[in-house]
Design a protein around this ligand. Sequence first.
Ligand code: FEO
Length: 175
Amino acid sequence: MIDEEMEEALNEQINAEFYSAYIYLSMASEFASRSLDGFETWMHSQFIEEINHGMRLYQYVNSRGGRVELGDIEEPKVKWDSPLEMFKEAYEHEQYVTGRINDLADLAEKKNDRATLQMLQWFIDEQVEEEESAEEIVDKLEMIGDDYRGLMMLDKELGERPLKTVFPIEGKNDE
Ligand code: FEO
């Protein structure tokens, strides 16, 4: 049985992951409206990835005899001035999420909850990748500046990101 405070903190993280999904879907929509299809694909894939993060926690809380309680999801921003502004915000958001995951790991450590700590290790590793990929795109967009051709080339590159599948429900389907 999972500790009550830990359960509550993980429930808050489920909400934070679904809020992240909302942010990226909103960004995907902004890119779609600018006809930047590759950027849209990248954000769409990121949206699914965040849903999967939420579902990974959902399954974990259930597996520990806890109760998932879903709360309101904050309304995301819907307008941006440039792709660079969007990716800068995505990068900042991932740094914020990393902080949240670290706080969860601190709490698990305080509670001597080894199983939760082990589960969180996956998220700790994932956040390194999440920050790295957003930062790399910020760097590229800064180099591109106002060069339209550079933007088109990056759009093509980002469009090659495979669309993730939805997180499998244990024993029901495969990833
Ligand atoms: Fe779920 Fe992008 O961190």
